[in-house]
Design a protein around this ligand. Structure first.
Ligand code: APR
Ligand code: ZN
Ligand code: ZN
Length: 366
């Protein structure tokens, strides 16, 4: 067992605290990781606010990279010294999804078996089964994805959550590529990642939609070919117009990614989609939200598919190394997502700044 400093949310709505925690030595199937960088994500704030569940105290942080320090006796997939990105869907290899060759949908993903605790022995609930606002964290070995060590930890660690969700929403769930158009509604960290993913895949046009002019500027710098300020114009009409400029007869975008998580923007996505197109919901709605009233004949008549995207439908072992390589080749600007590097005692202040809209990601450096 080791004692390290970590950021813990002890009670609903209370400011997070930097405390000493106990981290067990890795047992079978587990790995101990020395965390190097961990991004501050909205989901951490949702945990702190009691919006996910009531299993306080939470050990926050889940978009991280680091070095494996030790592994359990039976672990062969990673070894001490490996540079890894942590993922929150370590696939089991045995469930129905895994068995039918769709491990990205695994229904029984793994976390560490042993619990990290407060000094008094109170068990911690690690955010998304990771808990990486900590000098060291204990995870399932399958949560460690080895990538090229020659990459900036703060940048590639973001692939562990929001950036992967966005890129994957476009290229895995939406399957965009050359000759396909895409619109992304909501250009926060997740939305602009979807735009960067669409650019990588060769989609055109790539239409960014937001109510903030500042967000649209960022979207442009990451690959958007057109921007639509939906506080000023009807985004559905505008998306249709732009797509028809490139593809005669188009009645919308082939793929529309909803990266806000609200009924009204999902409805915009539904109607901004071309016939036989795809809506991808990657924004996370709150439990009280319902699907907007839409005539069923519109669902039938427009064809296509209405999808949701978990974690960008990623397979960490397939997608993380590939995206790190593209980053190292200068084709995927992950550095652009790192607005600021902060210390482990600055997480609460970073939560405050999230509301300001100036930050894509604050990243804790350890
Ligand atoms: N129309 C268009 N854009 C909107 C609207 C709207 N009605 N309302 C909000 N937005 C924009 C905001 O201006 C902001 O740029 O949506 C963006 C949301 O971005 P962030 O708050 O930074 O959130 P992000 O981290 O990108 O996550 C987006 O995905 O993972 C989920 O829980 C997460 O639901 C959230 C979503
Ligand atoms: Zn499985
Ligand atoms: Zn996250």
């Amino acid at each position: 067992m080791q004692q390290v400093q970590a950021v813990v949310a002890k009670a609903k709505g209370a400011p997070v605290e930097l405390v000493t925690i106990n981290v067990p030595d890795p047992g079978p199937g587990e790995a101990l990781v020395k965390v190097q960088a961990c991004g501050v994500c909205h989901t951490d704030l949702h945990y702190r606010e009691g919006g996910i569940n009531d299993d306080f105290p939470f050990l926050l942080g889940h978009e991280a990279s680091g070095i494996v320090e030790a592994v359990g006796p039976d672990v062969t997939s990673v070894a001490p010294g490996d540079f890894v990105i942590l993922n929150w869907r370590a696939v089991c290899g045995e469930c129905r999804a895994c068995n039918r060759g769709e491990p990205q949908y695994c229904f029984n993903t793994h976390n560490a078996t042993q619990k990290m605790t407060l000094e008094d022995g109170t068990e911690l609930s690690p955010a998304l089964g990771i808990g990486a606002f900590a000098e060291k964290t204990l995870v399932a070995a399958g949560q460690c994805t080895k990538v090229d060590a020659d990459a900036r930890p703060a940048a590639v660690g973001l692939l562990g959550c929001g950036v992967m969700a966005g890129i994957g929403a476009a290229i895995n769930t939406g399957q965009v590529g050359r000759g396909r158009s895409i619109a992304v509604i909501g250009c926060g960290g997740v939305g602009v990642a979807a735009i960067a993913g669409a650019a990588l895949a060769g989609a055109s046009p790539i239409i960014a939609v937001d109510i903030s002019a500042k967000k649209l500027e960022t979207a442009k710098s990451l690959g958007a070919t057109h921007t639509v300020d939906s506080s000023k114009v009807d985004p559905v009409e505008e998306i249709k117009r732009i797509c028809a400029e490139t593809y005669a007869g188009a009645e919308g975008a082939d793929v529309v990614v909803e990266a806000v998580g609200r009924p009204e923007t999902w409805k915009q996505a539904f109607y901004a989609r071309d016939l036989a197109g795809t809506v991808v919901l990657v924004g996370v709605p709150t439990p009280d939200m319902t699907i907007p009233e839409i005539p069923l004949i519109d669902v039938f008549g427009r064809g296509g598919s209405l999808k949701s995207s978990w974690y960008g439908d990623c397979l960490p072992s397939r997608d993380f190394p590939m995206l790190v390589d593209l980053y190292r080749q200068g084709r995927l600007d992950l550095d652009a997502f790192v607005t600021e590097e902060i210390g482990i005692s600055d997480v609460e202040a970073a939560f405050e700044r999230m509301h300001g809209g100036d930050v894509l990601r604050s990243v804790v450096i350890l």
